[in-house]
Design a protein around this ligand. Sequence first.
Ligand code: FAD
Ligand code: PHB
Length: 394
Amino acid sequence: MQMRTRVGIIGAGPAGLLLSLLLLREGIDSIVLEIRSREEIEATIRAGVLEQGTVDLLNEMGLGTRMQREGALHHGIELRFDGEGHRINFTELTNGRAIMLYPQHEVLKDLIDARLKQDGRILFNVEDVQVSNISTDQPRIHFLHEGEQVELRCDFIAGCDGFHGVSRAAIPTTEHHIFTRSYPFGWLGILMQAPPSSEELIYAYSERGFALVSTRSPELQRLYIQCDPQDDIANWSDEMILAELQVRLATRDNWQLHTGPITQKSILAMRSFVIEPMRHGRLFLAGDAAHIVPPTGAKGLNLAVADVRHLARALARFYTQQQSDLLEAYSTTCLRRVWRTEHFSWWMTSMLHRFPDDDAFQQRLQRSQLDYTVRSRAAAASLAENYVGLPLDW
Ligand code: FAD
Ligand code: PHB
């Protein structure tokens, strides 16, 4: 079977879905292909923090109604070390900017719902996706859908299929550079049925490693602890996880973690990764397909949003004004923000985790960096500016 569209989008994550809606707004036809089912996508627990720019864009597109109702606006975070908490006041340090706690799978539900209501062109459960002809102006995507082999002809392909997708591999190795770093630790993340222990997120540095307190709803907490990335989750009983959280988060004034049943737990590895350029011929990469950041800065989803906003603008200019200048500039434009975000995420990660081979000197440097960040207005403002997110046009 043959199908035709202007932009073939691989992947129905935040990048692919938002791109399809941004294009629709410009009257540009696209089809989204996704290997997983709608149910699976809508149930996968990932990000929680939306930057101000992401929130503004979703609102401007009329996609923010449920987020406004069910999300929680946060005006700061806490950095905790040496048994004491220090608030970083975003509102004061960034001229009134803030972040929104609204889970990624809820964003995805809203985007899928909007897209299906408008024209329904998302194909779930596709298999064996492959791209071809990307160096020509008639690229193609081949896949299996409901047992039938399909060839999708398009003008452009957007590779929005995440870190483990197929798009990136279609770029010849002689045509790109990869920059990567892995970290000697991972995060053990849990969902716990208990009311929030804190009104704002807590990023804690302790002798025993990093811990993070986040929330999902008034009844559900999201918590993380630094762990060995090779560890098996089966080695961690609920009691061990809670004990570790309590030690790492302990304060001199006896702060208490609200506890309850742990309903989900898993371990994730951490890495930094960038491919340059983010484009080859008519294939454009966006989001995790092009770059990964460790989650300490809460940036991955937000970076995906910034990429597809540039891509949608570049495609709109191509179709409405027959100009390809923004498409030519796409990779360079995105990479400025990508590297700023890579640095911020690496910096937060390096400041807040214990490294297995660190010595007393290294630890003193980390303490000094934390101390400076909470005591200097300039340092705190830099963290705040990056955390709430630089303007989307930065
Ligand atoms: P993905 O969300 O990975 O979507 C890609 C989609 O493509 C998937 O649905 C996948 O099934 C599909 N796909 C894959 N291969 C194929 C194929 N061959 N054909 C068709 N479809 C395919 N980011 C933040 O901004 N803030 C946070 O607070 C935050 N916290 C995080 C916490 C955790 C524990 C984790 C793991 C991540 C976190 N992130 C956070 C990162 C964020 O979740 C990702 O950066 C984001 O999902 C990237 O979106 P994407 O659309 O680029 O890719
Ligand atoms: C989350 O709520 O899942 C979360 C929050 C902040 C981060 C990473 C993840 O830095």
